[in-house]
Design a protein around this ligand. Structure first.
Ligand code: IPM
Ligand code: MG
Length: 362
């Protein structure tokens, strides 16, 4: 990582710009303390992209993303764009970025910080020590399958269609990602499907089983998605790596995030192409935008993932994670994770606390 690297910042909508502003502080601390050259370029995306150019994913934004080593995204979407045609909705920008950058693997860690074990809606003894990694397939499945759309039939009635498709090579490459990351963790993978009903996920189960033959150190289990949803609230600590399809991963990762206390805490990495994309898993939260109450920690932790996965700097990732942990241990909380006796801070102050402590740590 000796040459200058280019990072595209895509603040997007709602609380996106606020959390990206705090993440920028973290990147700048890393840059100055470690004497790295990190070129940051900010571009519009989502609703902001639509307002600027008429498209949620403007051409120049996509080009900047493709030309950079990593992309850090805030969030997209808001009520003012909900009635636009499907092709113009802010969410299309995310799907466009994922597929154009070839980001087929989405890593979503749901790890509980000790200090927050009382912030979950589940009992502390059920979630204490929880450390799950959801590996979600991101460029296939029902999100991208053809045919799709809504058609009007000759009798005037309408028919909506989406298609769940996976090829064996798409399944094999995401299974390898899950097995490879599991090797560095507790060596357990649960592959989640609906093989009792959907042929496509029957193939998923078959290919995952076949690929597993090359990973004899890994303990592989298969589970139906409905059972997994239940087990995640019954006994979440049985899970280490969860490997699953695009749509099941979308749903299960939101569920897993709440086990950690707040969806405002979870970062994510989308990898598989030459540019990685990093984003908090929470959305744009338009109801709290502009009030300095958003939790910037998921985006700050996403910066950590960026250093780990795009720049091979696990040390920086670990330092950021440790500083976040320490700030939480000192009792600082944004509103979403606030509990009795803790010190309430806003988005900006939380970003300052983390960046100041990181500055003295690096
Ligand atoms: C996510 C989001 C997106 C998805 C939406 C905003 C398109 O829910 O990243 O989980 O469904 O993938
Ligand atoms: Mg989602």
């Amino acid at each position: 990582m000796s040459d200058a690297v280019n990072i595209t910042l895509l603040p997007g909508d709602g609380i996106g710009p606020e959390v990206i502003r705090e993440a920028r502080k973290i990147i700048q601390v890393v840059e100055s303390k470690l004497d790295l050259k990190l070129n940051l370029k900010e571009m519009p995306v989502g609703g902001a992209g639509y307002e600027a150019t008429g498209k949620p994913l403007p051409e120049e934004t996509l080009q900047a993303a493709q030309a950079s080593h990593a992309v850090l995204l805030g969030a997209v979407g808001g009520p003012q764009w909900e009635n636009l045609d499907f092709s113009l909705r802010p969410e299309r920008a995310l799907l466009g970025l994922r597929s154009s950058l070839g980001l087929f693997a989405n890593l979503r860690p749901a790890k509980i910080f000790q200090a927050l074990s009382d912030a979950s809606t589940l009992k502390p003894e059920v979630v204490a020590g929880l450390d799950i990694l959801v590996v979600r397939e991101l460029t296939g499945g029902i999100y991208f399958g053809e045919p799709r759309g809504v058609e009007t039939l000759p009798d005037g009635s309408r028919r909506g269609v989406n298609t769940l498709v996976y090829t064996d090579s798409e399944i094999e490459r995401i299974a390898r990602v899950a097995f490879d990351v599991a090797l560095k963790r507790n060596k357990s993978v649960f592959s989640i499907d609906k093989a009792n009903v959907l042929e496509c996920t029957g193939l998923w189960r078959e290919v995952v089983t076949e690929t597993h033959k090359e990973y004899s150190d890994i303990n592989l289990n298969h589970m139906y998605v409905d059972n997994c949803a239940m087990q995640l609230v019954r006994n979440p600590r049985q899970f280490d790596v969860i490997l699953t399809t695009n749509m099941f991963g979308d749903i299960l990762s939101d569920q897993a995030s709440m086990l950690t206390g707040s969806i405002g805490m979870l970062p994510s990495a989308s990898i598989g192409g030459k540019t990685g994309m990093y984003e908090p898993i929470h959305g744009s939260a338009p109801d709290i935008a502009g009030q300095d109450i958003a939790n910037p920690l998921a985006t700050i932790l996403s910066v950590g993932m960026m250093f780990k996965y795009s720049f091979d700097r696990e040390d920086i990732h670990d330092a950021i994670e440790q500083v976040v942990e320490s700030v939480l241990d000192q009792g600082y909380r944004t509103k979403d994770i606030l509990s009795h006796g803790k010190k309430a801070v806003g988005c900006v102050e939380m970003g300052d606390l983390v960046s100041e402590e990181l500055e003295s740590k690096l």
